[in-house]
Design a protein around this ligand. Structure first.
Ligand code: OSB
Ligand code: MG
Length: 370
């Protein structure tokens, strides 16, 4: 495959409802899409960086800059036998995982189309449907949260994850656990606590949570290993995991018993597969996290979630929870059993609504070999 053309597009998409985490509220999603052309085929991917460096150090702006200055010049015109060869091209680049994933994942889409197989199959999937959970943002009161959870539970979602932060935690989780004694329930703090909060965090043990996600510093695996020794609730790492090496560090240190794999945060499909294979060998359950993606990122996440070892419901849910209209057809739909069927068409397996994307594009740059 020879990369002949790369187009980077910036879209502004209004979320149906604001999504609030401990690092702030998101009203609009600035969606960065990569459209790549190679051997006459078009591949799509989504760069999942947020507008501000509040989840990780990348932003929409840094992604655009590193693509323009470094990543596009390294890939444009280049020949790749397989998409899995692209990470070697970026081996000397430090960080910028989400931006790198944008280029690599678009090439995976192209390779799957060229081989006439679904992306999930090319990645090595064994599942034809994936288990879905939802992530529910911080709410005004425990009662409002209970209403939101009730909607998702009756829609069939298999696991509910609640965002928490100091002051919006124990009371909220207690209310939900009381109303729904048997659901799979987890919490995600997005680094809102410190090791001074150990006694407070131990109080979550009574709620029989499936996991507590990233309670401490985003870049501190060692502190999580200290905390895990003092908790019954299994810890899951999100922000701290960028590649298979820090996954190994986390598992060996006992800093996490579950790993959240996010395609962008780990730098693309090759790295995500390395982490998946490592965790499978170590019997560590994994699940696919989300970054409020539009349909294109969502389609990649669905393929990822169909691999062996993704034994826990992920944060990949229906398009209509986020968007009035999505950029793919059909939209991502979730069954009343809380599952999504993995598409069996070649590539991403969804039709990309190019005209709609064009209409919503607020900034665009194209690089061509000639
Ligand atoms: O920590 O998983 C997270 C959204 C934005 C940034 C970080 C996170 C999230 C979510 C939402 O929890 C997941 C989703 O529904 O896409
Ligand atoms: Mg998280």
């Amino acid at each position: 495959m020879q990369v002949e053309e790369i187009t980077l597009r910036k879209l502004q998409m209004r979320l149906k409802a604001p999504f609030e985490t401990s690092f702030g509220a998101t009203y609009d999603r600035t969606v960065l899409l990569v459209e790549m052309r190679a051997d006459g085929l078009t591949g799509w991917s989504e760069i999942t960086a947020m507008e501000a460096p509040v989840f990780n150090s990348e932003t929409v702006g840094t992604s655009m800059a590193i693509l323009r200055d470094t990543l596009v010049p390294l890939t444009l015109g280049k020949q790749f036998g397989a998409a899995s060869e692209m990470p070697a091209t970026f081996a000397h680049i430090r960080g910028h995982e989400m931006a790198r994933a944008g280029l690599e994942n678009a090439l995976w889409d192209i390779e799957a189309q060229q081989k006439n197989v679904p992306l999930a199959k090319l990645l090595g999937n064994t599942r034809t449907e994936i288990q879905c959970g939802v992530s529910i943002g911080l709410q005004a009161s425990p009662e409002v949260l209970r209403e939101k959870v009730a909607v998702e539970v009756s829609a069939g979602y298999q696991r509910i994850k609640l965002k928490i932060k100091p002051g919006k935690d124990l009371e909220y989780v207690r209310t939900i656990r009381k109303a729904f004694p048997h659901i799979l329930l987890s919490v995600d703090a997005n680094s809102a606590y410190t090791l001074d909060d150990v006694a407070h965090l131990q109080r979550f043990d009574e709620f029989q949570l499936l996991m507590m996600e990233q309670p401490l510093w985003w870049d501190d695996i060692y502190s999580h290993s200290k905390l895990q020794k003092l908790l019954q609730t299994p810890l899951c790492l999100d922000e701290s995991i960028h590649h298979v090496r820090d996954t190994a560090t986390a598992i060996e240190l006992g800093a996490a018993r579950i790993i959240n794999i996010k395609l962008g945060r780990v730098g693309g499909h090759s790295s995500a597969r390395e982490i998946q294979a490592y965790c499978l060998a170590k019997n560590v359950p994994v699940w696919c996290g989300g970054m409020l993606e539009c349909g294109i990122g969502r389609a990649h996440n669905i393929a990822v979630s169909s691999l062996p070892g993704y034994t826990l419901p992920g944060d990949v849910s229906a398009s209509k929870r986020y968007w009035v209209e999505d950029v793919i057809e059909p939209e991502v739909e979730v069954s009343s059993q809380g599952t999504i069927r993995v598409p069996d068409k070649p590539g991403l397996g969804y039709h990309v609504r190019r005209e709609l994307i064009e209409r919503w594009t607020i900034e665009k740059q194209t690089w061509r070999t000639r």
